[in-house]
Design a protein around this ligand. Structure first.
Ligand code: CMP
Length: 139
């Protein structure tokens, strides 16, 4: 089925001017950008967005990193969008990412790993709603 997922192009990627290169890989993987905006996340947004990781040792560093520069938040649409996006992103740790994936090509570390993608349809909806209103999504 055609579904939606949520993506973030992270500060390490925007800093290196890779917004277009990352988006091209998403598009080449069969995903369509149906909403996109460049924002500088507030601390409050980062802590809220990553709330499920609040107790993890890397939480504070993660929020520092995600607020360290601009990000591009996107809604992606396509056949099985969550899985399609996760396949093209590659493993969280770039050391484990397969050839041909975004993280293999661009990620600097497990933290500065260039992209975020939703891990389930349920979380995709929550994450899309966190950053976008329905009128900003144009299919
Ligand atoms: P993301 O998909 O955005 O969701 C949580 C993020 O935490 C993850 O990508 C990583 O970039 C980041 N992170 C930083 N350190 C770790 C770690 N040790 N284990 C897992 N994720 C980490």
């Amino acid at each position: 089925a055609v579904t939606r997922t949520f993506s973030i192009i992270k500060p390490d990627a925007t800093r290196r001017n890779l917004t277009g290169a990352v988006t091209k890989m998403l598009e080449d993987a069969g995903l369509r950008v149906v909403a996109s905006k460049r924002i500088h996340m507030t601390r409050e947004q980062a802590e809220g967005f990553y709330g499920v990781h609040r107790e993890r040792p890397f939480f504070n560093d993660l929020c520092d990193f995600m607020t360290s520069g601009p990000v591009v938040v996107q809604v992606l649409e396509g056949e099985d969008a969550v899985k399609r996006n996760r396949d093209v992103m590659g493993a969280t740790n770039p050391e484990n990412a397969d050839e041909g994936t975004i993280r293999k090509a661009f990620a600097e570390s497990i933290e500065a790993n260039s992209v975020h993608g939703s891990d389930s349809d349920e979380n995709a909806k929550i994450e899309i709603d966190f950053f976008f209103s329905e009128d900003e999504i144009v299919g």
